[in-house]
Design a protein around this ligand. Structure first.
Ligand SMILES: [Zn+2]
Length: 160
């Protein structure tokens, strides 16, 4: 459901709104092969009418499904914006979309989530990736042959 507000209900007071935006609504026009929206966008906001527009303040949260840029593993990446704030202006270039008394605040939520997306998703900050892992394996293969002190050597001795 888009976040649409009846401006007549907001006149001169604040209003609490909480709900979810469907993942498909966020994904429209979004094209990043490494990121998909794995949950709806949850919002919990206080709206306040101001002379220039509607001030939105509150929390946004969503869980992404990302592909690690280094090891290609898919992992869940939660995003939480506890201090989301935006001013939806009545007029001007950045003006909100209005239909009669209704204002559509969805684009503002979408924009801030887009800004919060990881630019280079990693499954964990220290992920060493595929290439390095392969290299580590090669190094292990080059370990010199056992001198009898390895666990295998000890097993051999037990058998005797
Ligand atoms: Zn990784």
């Amino acid at each position: 459901m888009p976040l649409r507000i009846d401006r007549r209900q907001l006149e001169g007071k604040t209003m609490q709104v909480a709900g979810e935006l469907a993942a498909e609504e966020l994904a429209t026009g979004f094209n990043d092969p490494l990121i998909t929206f794995a949950s709806p966008l949850a919002y919990d906001l206080e709206l306040e009418e101001q002379p220039q527009g509607i001030l939105m303040q509150g929390t946004l949260s969503i869980t992404l499904s990302c592909v690690c840029g280094r090891c290609l593993k898919t992992f869940a990446h939660p995003i939480e914006l506890p201090d989301f704030a935006a001013l939806a202006e009545y007029e001007g270039e950045e003006a909100m979309i209005q239909e009669g008394d209704f204002a559509d605040l969805t684009p503002y939520l979408r924009e801030d989530i887009y800004l919060g997306l990881p630019t280079n998703p990693l499954c964990r900050p220290e992920c060493r990736g595929l290439a390095r892992k392969a290299k580590a394996r090669d190094l292990r293969l080059e370990v010199p042959p056992s001198d009898g002190s390895s666990p295998w050597g000890a097993l051999d001795q037990l058998k005797l």
